[in-house]
Structures are given as C-alpha cells and as structure tokens.
Design a protein around this ligand. Sequence first.
Ligand code: GLU
Length: 319
Amino acid sequence: MCGIIGYIGFKNAQEIIINGLKRLEYRGYDSVGIATFEIDGINSIKCAGKVAELEKKIDKNSFSGTIGIGHTRWATHGRPNKINAHPHTSSDKKIYLIHNGVIENYKSLKEFLINKGITFESETDTEVLVQLISYIYESEQVTFEQAIKLSLSKAVGAYGIIVMNKDNPDELIAARKGSPVVVGIGDGEYFISSDTSSIIEHTKNILYLDENEIISIKGTKYEVKNIDSDLVIDKKIEYLDIDINNIEKGNFDHFMLKEIFEQPSAIVNAIRGRIDYENNKIKLGGINDYALDIINSDMIYITACGTSWHAALIGSYIL
Ligand code: GLU
C-alpha cells in the first residue's frame, strides 16, 4: 500500500503534489501519477518508475491548476506499468480516482459493470471503483458524494481514496477504510495524504479521518460524514508537534543510513525522562496510570508490525 496526496488551495497543485509524493518515497512503490483540474478540464500524467521520472515528463504549462491528486502505487492487482498506474478514470474521463489498498470483491463488481456495457482499460481492482462511482453517478442521478458513498457501501476490502469530478472543479472527496487518510488544515488550503510526513512542512493542524468516514472539501469549506449517514461529524483538529528535520534525509544518501547513524540519539530520546537514576527505577509515564490493570490482567497483547513487531517480541520475552 503506497502513497496518496491531494491538494486544494491557491498554490500550484502539481508542485505540492510532486513534493509530497517525494516525501512518501521511503515506503517503496513501482509507478506514479497525478491529475489536476485545469481550465479546460482535468489533466493527468502517469508512468512506471520513480517520481523524478514523472517530474521530467511534466509540461509545467499544462499543470498550473490549484487542485489535484497524486499517487505512488505498489501493485497488488495488475502489472506495475503505465496503464495500471493511478489515477484511474471513468470511461467518459470525467471522474479520476487514486486508491491505496485492495478491493476484494472487484471481480464480481467488474462483471456487473461489464454486463452494463462498461469497458476497462487496466487490470486493477481500483478501476472497478471509479467505474462503479461513475455508473451510479450517471444512472441514479445522485450527487457526486452520494455516488461515492453508495459505491463504497458495495465495495469489500481496504481503501484510502481521493476522487475528483470534472463536474465539480472546486471539490476533492476522500474516504477511508483500513488505509489511513489524514487532512492537513492550512490557511485557505487543504492537504490530504496517507501519511502526515508529506503534510507537516505545510501545516501541523491535522484532521485524522476515522474508519468509514468521508470528507468532502469544496473551496475553503469541508464536511466529514460517516459513509452510511448524512449527519455531519464534528471532527477534532490535532496539533502535530513534529520537527521537519526528522523526516528529511539531510546529508545522508538513504533514509536507512540516516536511521543507522541516528540510533544513539534515538535511544537517548526514547529513554529521556524515563529513568529515575536516584531510585534506580524505570518510569513509563503513559503506562503508569494503567499499572494496576496491567498487573492484574491474565494476558497482555502487544500489537505491532515491522520493526515494532521485533521490539514487541523482545518485550514479550522480558515480560
Ligand atoms: N490495489 C491497487 C492497485 O493494484 C492499489 C495498490 C496501492 O495501494 O498502491 O493498483
């Protein structure tokens, strides 16, 4: 699962999106693509390979819009090539969508759409979602948001998506289930992403979309709802106190090298304030409040993945 970015504001969207995609490169990916609203509709470009390769192909004059989306793909359904790269579009090229995750029931949805006469360009599960949104939008004459909600209620699987529609050139809609989606709230501008690392250079005010939530951002206003409801949810905006230097490569060639050389300071930072040298004790602030519950429990589950999983294995051994 890779990276998604959306920008809606007053600056050049293409530049912000490409820059944001570069921030997500550490996750690994095989292809990349962007789409922006331009005066004459939606302009999109994609390719297999790295963000830098796409950047070289971009004609800056045809990407001057201030609203757009971008994606780095880690192929799950279909080869890592240009056709399968995101954004994917409806056959009438009105709706553009980027997606992180997997649509598990894509085969049955695809069959349904093929029976309705819709033809597919790519091998991806993602194209099924954008074609379904378009089909519902056109055939049921509902609003764009409603069409997305109805489509998502039929989709089984995991997704973080951002969608744009030629009919609504001042709007981006994003939704999540299983894959993360965060929204940076700037001054008259919004940054949607799968990861805060691509946002914090612009704003540290972050709205975290919860499971099954959908956000529609139109001009300078936004509304969050549950996918199956029309009630507007009052979301908390959190301040993310992260230093931009922590997410930059600095003078190192690779993030991995940076992490290796940062180990001494990372350890110091991790244990700072947690060792009581006078009494020879460890103080774990966040856990102290629950110490009694933990002591009295029969079983402790440690949830983790990747590096934290290895740390958890050592932790469980020590416990
Ligand atoms: N399942 C989608 C695809 O294969 C999205 C993969 C991703 O998360 O990058 O295109």
